[in-house]
Unconditional design. Sequence first.
Length: 663
Amino acid sequence: MRKPLFAVIIILNLFLFTTINRVGAAENQETDRKVILISFDGMKNDYTKKYVKENKLPHIKQLLDNGVSAKKPSTITPSLTAPSHAAIATGAAPNQTGIVSNHWHEPNKTLGNDDSGFQEEIQVPPLWVEARKQGKTTATIAFPGANPKDGKQGDYSIYFEKTWSPSNLESLTFTKAAEWVHPPKSFTPLQEAELTIKIENERDQLIHILAIDSTDDQQPNYDTFILSQDKKIDPNDSIVKGKQWGSLSLQINDRQKAGFWFKMKADNQDHTLPISLYRTEVTSSLISGPEGFADEIQEEFGFYPAQDDGTALKKGWITRKEYEEISTRFVMWVTKVALYIKQKYNPDLLMFYTPQIDHEQHKYLLIDPRQPGYSPEKSKQYMSYIEWSYRLADKVVGETLKSLNDNDYLFVVSDHGMEPAHSTLSPNKVLKDAGLLTIDQKNKINFTESKAYAIPSGSAAHVYINLQNREKDGIVPIEEYESVRSQIIQAFKEVEIKYKKGEVIQYDMKAIMSAIKTDNFSFNKVQEHVKDFWKHLFKQKIHPYEKVMKNTNTNKTLLDHQNSGDVVLIGAPGYVMGSCFVKNVSPPIELGTHGGDADRNMLRPVFMAIGTDFYKGKQINSMSNLDIAPTIYDLLELNVPSFVEGKKIKGIYKDKNGYKPSQ
């Protein structure tokens, strides 16, 4: 009897052990999900679809074919980078995050002060902080709002610190080299030059440059250069040959490392001296993590590189190709660092960000015949630059897809889209004309005598009343507050832009013909321009301030926050806000703009996601950027904070053969 009994016991134990292991594995599978979120600043929903249809974004197409996406995703109003990213990160609107614009004025300061939405702390805990509090490991790289200077962010955080010195094209004067330690062989006498880089609020950096002729061709041919801070050739120096890029790390002070990338620029074709040197900005990062993490990142990947250099491109210091190389270097630096952290430290939540699409569209979104300098040929050229930025984003998606494990969930999102700008509005000119803003003898704003002042950002602006006991040196008594605010609102509602007879219709006709002739004919776009034509046929006045709003609880996106203006302005399509107070309307300060009403089609962001428990190739109709955070909370099985306004995205989860989403 004993042998059969032992056999039964062994079988039962094996069964129970197997069952317990299966249950445990299932539980671990449910709690072991990892989320990666990439935000591509300014990625337009319509352009992404267009490029995918044209087979220009193979990795994003792969993501769409194997995951879920939204047909009409929406962002918040104002559709600006800092507020929209705060909404993505928290699930809360600006009235709770305090990030009401890219730039705003805080109370108790001089009226003209300007605070940056990229440097101020989000006033409710973002995903990476809240998830960490609930026991998850989190990481952020270059993500707006995740600035370690504001305190502990993720377990691993990397953020831009500052620009220590602007980029420059340096003229070099070479003389016979002396006192170099262990210099390499040169077939023409060694030459040297010095370069001094002025560093903001720190000691200047002296760079020695050694020119070497490495070619035994009986001709002066200085083709190799060494940059050193001490004339002692060692691994800390930078050696470049020909037209290669080089980089040099700098020790700014006792704690801060920074650096720049550079390229030698020959003034002639035969490699004889003199020569000049282009260098990027001197940049650095804030790195937060466990002991040794900052040194590890800097040793593995080098210093935080410059994002781009539009100034150098405009001045002719660099070519378009070199400009793209600078931008690509930054984007891929962020991507490689993020995926390195993913592989080595396995965070539950990883969020990173790249800005190149936004930058290109601000400069090159030339698609409206009303825009100065528009021509079909120039538009096509500029669109090729924008297409390049989307292709770079596709490369990032491809690298990330390759890194995914079975339990990984990838979200690809953007903060807003982009519209073409044909005109700049000047809200401070409106305030000046209404007698609310005063100009001094130097043609500067006199803030101590002005009753109101506007801070523009994109297609939005906040107007602040210089209220006593709220603003430093405030002059408007509290009993006059509503009267002044009504005066402001009325002044902006009365602004009309009058066009010469037929001028608007001519613009509309050009737009219709351009839309018909384009290589990517869109019936919907033609239809929009035809509607504008009929609308303008009998109306020659435009109200450029589409929304003039009080900061009250009737407006959910700007609800009663101290950072928000007393009056908030949203521009009509085609208008960007500027700081000028000479003209009401002037040429656009940028070709692409955002910040307007989030319901406008061109301002729609993107939403794409892939993961085991998501449908494959499914497109839902709509969702909001406010819904991203609660969806991630759900995936990571975390408690959703009470301040979250968004809802878990519906229609993206499978509800059979595995994970069933919580109700």
